[in-house]
Structures are given as structure tokens and as C-alpha cells.
Write a protein that binds this ligand. Sequence first.
Ligand code: GAR
Length: 194
Amino acid sequence: MGMVLGVLGSGSGSNMQAILDAIEAGTLDARIALVLSDKPDAFILERAKRHGIETGVIDCRGFQTKFPEEAQAETAARLRDAGVELVCLAGFLRLVKSPLLDVFPQRILNIHPSLLPAFPGLESWKQALDAGASEAGCTVHFVDEGMDTGPIILQEAVPILPGDSAATLHARIQVLEHRLYPAAISQVSRGWKA
Ligand code: GAR
């Protein structure tokens, strides 16, 4: 049986959709058991519901950017109750630390829209454009205590083209993300089950 996944996201959920598509296409042996968001109206929840996947909202106690400890503990408990083995951050915009990280050590992945260690943090594609970089890219990595610092699983570059806007560059990176994330999950799960 494939890996049981839990997905955390704050936005549109196109990466969660790509994971689902890979599962449905038979290229990724896994199952998404639970999708959680810190934003009650995030489209990722809608997408998950359409596929009959259990969803939930993470109560961040009114904090705009912080992921408070109580909320992390609740999230860890919900993921565990759902039988989740591997947690995938997919456009989740809060920093995961203790206690959630302690419950899933080496078992939380993140997708980040840059060639890490370049441009950690938010809107990395804009950071790359503003810095005049010649290429951008995307990275799937294990989450550790730092911000976008954990061991890299897969990484690939895309060119920055003349005339690129933040939107066109992000769209090019997202095409890459949708291929890379399922591949990285598959790689990690093969390593565990081997
Ligand atoms: C993705 O581009 C992802 O790399 C980025 O948010 C987007 C979410 O899109 N994540 C970060 O910037 C994390 N720092 P999605 O909701 O359509 O998957």
C-alpha cells in the first residue's frame, strides 16, 4: 500500500491537485487522507472536497503570520488521527516548528519556488526578478527548524525570459512544481518502503 499523505496549504492548491492527478494516473503510489488550511476560504479546501477528501481549518488564534504552538499541536493530532505518514506543505505560508516538527521528524516536505538556498521566504519568484537573476526554479526539501533550509530532495531550474512579469515567471515555475512535487514524494516513499 502507498504512503498516506496529509497536505497543508493556504492558497489555490494547484500543487495538491498535481499530487492527486499523479495518484489518479498511477504514477504516485499514495493516498491523501486529510487536507488542512489556515485560511477557511482557501481554494485548496474546495478542491479537496470535490475529490471526497476530508478537510479542516487550522485555528491560528487570530495571528496573521505566526503558527501558534497550540495550533501546531492540534494540527499534529489531526494528522496522526487520520493515519498520515508524510506531511506535504503545498503553498502553506506559515513556518512549521516545534511541536508539529517533533511529531513528524524528517516527515514533512515543502515545495519552494526558488533554487534554494537562493531566495527563501515569500514570493521568491519576485525576489529573483528584482535581483536580476538569469534563472529561477523550484525545490522540494525536507522541513527543518529553519526557514526553507532543510535537506533538498529535488531541484530544477527554469530560465527567466526577457519581458517576464512576476505572474509569467510564477506560472513557468508552477508548471515545474506540478511535475517535481509528485516525483519527490514518490522518491521519498520508495526510500522508506524499500
Ligand atoms: C507555490 O508556487 C509554492 O511554491 C509557493 O506557493 C505557491 C502555492 O501554489 N510556496 C511558497 O512560496 C512557500 N514559501 P498552490 O496553492 O497553487 O499550490
